[in-house]
Design a protein. Sequence first.
Length: 159
Amino acid sequence: MRQWRAVHPGLDTGPMEVIGRINRCAALLQQAEDAPLRRAGLSRPEFDLLGALRRTGHELTPGELARETFSSGAAVTKRLKQLSERGLVERRIDSRDRRVAHLRLTDAGRELVDGVLPAQLAYETAVLSGLDAPEQGELAALLGELLGQLEGRLGALRG
């Protein structure tokens, strides 16, 4: 930011500081590759799909999974194929509309999610250990507020 202020002293780089730090945090977290998930043979996006099916407690369509995980339809389709081949997810074709699939976790998928979740949460706790509980709460609230605003804006742009 100092370099930008030297080149353009009249520009407010505050927004770049926030967005740049969010992007840098995301990149560092992606590089760490979620060690417990990796040991379980899962990527973060795969775990997100499995987690969405586990926490909602009911079947979801691929479109609902895409919305729930902020993924493209194509990415969800590819991941679901891999997870199905591993016996973690099963699909049921809708009896009224054969074009619609309903997805649910298999017993193996549920066991995998429930087994890896405590280790993943411990890993994420360690990642955030430099912030105390009130700081984590404040950060979560601020990021939640930003996320809600962004989702609203992007939703309005799409609609």
